[in-house]
Design a protein around this ligand. Sequence first.
Ligand code: GLA
Length: 523
Amino acid sequence: MYRRFLFGTLALLLGAQSKDITGTWIANRTGPMGDMEIVYELKVVNGKITGAQKMPFGDSPIVDGQFDGDDFELVVETESFGSIQKRVVKGKIVGDTLEITPAMPGPPPGAAPPDGSPPGGMRAMTSGPLIAHRGTPTLTYRAPSLDYKTLPKVELPALRDIPSNGLAKTPPMGWNSWNKFRTRFDDKTVREIADAMVSSGMKDAGYVYINIDDGWQSKRDEKGVLQPNPNFPDMKALADYVHSKGLKLGIYSSPGPRTCAGYQGSYGHEEIDAQTWAAWGIDYLKYDWCSASRVWKDTDMQALYQRMGEALQKAGRPIVYSLCQYGRSNVQEWGPKVAGNSWRTTGDILDQWVSMERIGFSQSDFASYAAPGHWNDPDMLEVGNGGMTDTEYRTHFSLWSLLAAPLLAGNDIRAMTPETRAILTNRDVIAVNQDRLGKAASRIAADGSAEVWARPLDKGAWAVGLFNRGPSEAGVTVKWADLKLKGKLKMRDLWEHHDLQSLGDSYTANVPSHGVVMLRVTK
Ligand code: GLA
């Protein structure tokens, strides 16, 4: 008994000495969401592990964990598109590395993804263990991990209808940093994007907003004013530069204490943040739920979005207000009441056909909620990011235009192919998106993989998309009776840019696999 105890203690001491995993470990992984830095901050005391797992889409506290011999097991509390889940991470120490099978955000086991991610798409990223080395994270401006239970309380306002801000009479058009750059971008990138917006002809085609997404923040100063990190040395100067090009500047925050990528959020600082942005000359805010789900319930969402809606109006500058809470809690019903100009209807898009297809073709039921000043937002464009064919990107752009969705390019517009540029600047298609009636398309017919979507346009015209979601070329037919149209019709093919006529009761086009024929139809 005594010998066993002695050996046990000796082994524990030796083991603990040579195999301590306390410290910061970094793994890099490329996956459908781009290059990712995954950080494990671990502290081991008597075999019990505490700390955090940090990913570009959030920090997850380690709520339980054991280290035993070479092996460890962590219970990580993840937040994914508004739902909190506990996930087990297993790993072992091998030489001076950790081999880790991480907990990824995603749907609860067995459930359909709440977003556009392909089934298994996120999980595919976990194939094979992560190899982590001791090191220093490169994303150094992220805020420290938080104990959410000890936060000071924030008062929720009584619900009321805030008057509309009068902005975004047609869907906002612009660019956003997230889809291409994640948090690896800076002042120089944003200025160059603004330059490219002008030189590429995108500004002339109607794009206005240059939107900085997550990753610009550092700490609050002693007065509580949120500071940009050194990648953005002077936000006012950046806004001035963007304005000097005839463009507008957007920014990003969260009602939670942390943003989705683990930076400072606006929790309890709504008014001071709105004033800061107004003083910098910000014209657009994307307000992303993220860590708010660690503090509040979905039923509190409207009040929290109202809190920022009120703060923006008090700040006195016209700022487009874009709600991002992944379509939870029937946001389309109350988005306009908090003076929201757009609201996300889905989780995050990925640069993959399956993701774009699942999001885009699931939007029909939202059509009646779109109106001038208030838009459904099925997430930003992936056109030109390389994961789809140009045919698929034309489908993406056509569908988003028909849906009256914000057109926020998400590619590196400084270096795009002529094909990408042609898609993003197709004025005939953009004119559908920007039609002053502001009516969104819905699915009017479906036959297997063939789908017809249509929306009414100003002056009695219609925009019609003939889509082929199938694996080979197919005929797709629109029956004019479905649109209460008949007789001789004038049509313009919005991708081929030529005029056509229809004399019969229907029109059939041959549509390539994953492609579209988009028409503007008038009597
Ligand atoms: C969420 C949003 C994305 C992006 C990231 C930033 O995932 O849905 O569009 O803003 O956060 O961290």
